[in-house]
Design a protein around this ligand. Structure first.
Ligand SMILES: [Zn+2]
Length: 367
């Protein structure tokens, strides 16, 4: 079964972690072990192109995440000291994707005809060793957008999704772990995103920013990597009320396989509880129960988001093990059509609806 993963930080791994994603995970782990790395997330990575192929994860949302690794710090991410530096770093990551397209590993999907063609090709040849893996480009945290009127420049560069915040405070919005609303330029950023056709990713917005963004922004909304707050009580997750609002807007919610987001009270670097892959089905099921159907829940693993096996489901060695999820869903009485939707079809439908008549056309009609 083909899988669509709505959140991978591939370029950040390739550049900031200096990982050659063309290699199998076992080889990357060995190289890091040989190099003497001991910091968190090293020598245990779970995502690379061969593993994505093996797991038939043939489409994903890939990010620009212009952050620096801070050795020994928790969490192991740090903001560049200026937006101009973040802007430059984001272009470096964008160039990485360009290089992988040129080498035939990746296919950059920017509109509905390209996505439709990609999915049809893979459905006809599920075991292909030659078709490229497809990605839609997203920006996690809008720190690399220097001004709201630069959104269009980013669109022209191939960016299709923006999450205005990440951990902490960003120039436009409060993010995970903080409380507060949009900053002065936040509303202008959202209006420009809507005008241009840039999709809003609400993941990492503070609660107040979530409400404000949903009011101001009238375009298509998604939550790329987000679990449920009733099951894992933390502001990082979606409340049932937020989930209902997203469902009413036609959003799809990608579920993350970061163990601290899957069960309560997980402490990064300390907890050793055995968390099985099956645990994510509880979060997926909650969205389906709130929706009354299985059309809004999906996958957004974040499996390369600054952690590896030590903070992933204990029965998952690499992202290829996602192929066990369809059976776990069937065991909870999900139909084959539901399972296909959760694994890929719901995202494909979301983008068809968001891009159906051409995103720029939509933007022009709205303005
Ligand atoms: Zn994230």
């Amino acid at each position: 079964m083909l899988i669509f993963d709505a959140h991978l930080d591939l370029a950040w791994n390739a550049i900031d972690w200096n990982r050659d994603l063309r290699l199998p995970c076992a080889r990357i782990r060995q190289l890091e072990t040989d190099a003497g790395y001991t910091d968190k997330g090293r020598c245990v990575n779970t995502v690379s192109f061969p593993e994505l192929r093996r797991g038939k994860v043939v489409i994903f949302i890939a990010t620009l995440l212009p952050r620096l690794l801070r050795i020994g710090a928790m969490p192991a991410i740090q903001r560049y000291s200026s937006m101009a530096a973040a802007y430059g770093a984001a272009h470096g990551q964008l160039s990485y994707y360009e290089g992988m397209v040129q080498e035939g590993h990746l296919r950059w999907i920017k509109d509905w005809p390209a996505l439709d063609k990609h999915v049809r090709q893979w459905r006809e040849d599920e075991d292909s060793t030659t078709l490229p893996l497809g990605f839609i480009l997203s920006m996690e945290g809008a720190d690399s957008i220097l001004r709201p009127d630069q959104v269009e420049e980013w669109w022209n560069a191939g960016l299709r999704i923006v999450g205005p915040a990440h951990y902490g405070v960003s120039p436009y919005a409060h993010g995970t772990g903080t409380e507060g609303g949009l900053f002065e330029q936040g509303p202008a950023l959202l209006r420009e995103m809507e005008r241009v056709g840039m999709i809003l990713d609400v993941t990492h917005l503070s609660d107040q920013c979530f409400d404000e963004a949903m009011d101001i922004y009238g375009g298509p909304v998604l939550a790329s990597h987000h679990n449920n707050r009733t099951l894992t009580p933390n502001q990082r997750q979606l409340t049932d009320e937020q989930t209902r609002k997203l469902i009413a807007r036609g959003a799809v919610i990608g579920h993350a396989l970061d163990t601290w987001m899957m069960i309560p009270n997980w402490v990064r670097g300390e907890t050793k509880t055995f968390v099985p892959l099956e645990k994510i089905v509880d979060h997926i099921d909650r969205v389906c129960q709130l929706a009354g159907n299985a059309r809004h829940a999906a996958i957004g693993t974040d499996l390369d988001g600054g952690f590896g096996k030590e903070q992933s489901p204990a029965d998952l060695d690499t992202i290829a093990d996602l192929q066990r999820l369809p059976d776990l869903l069937r065991q909870r009485a999900y139909t084959d059509a539901d399972v296909e939707g959760i694994m890929a079809g719901n995202w494909v439908r979301f983008f068809r609806e968001a891009w159906g008549t051409g995103p720029r056309m939509n933007a022009d009609e709205r303005s």
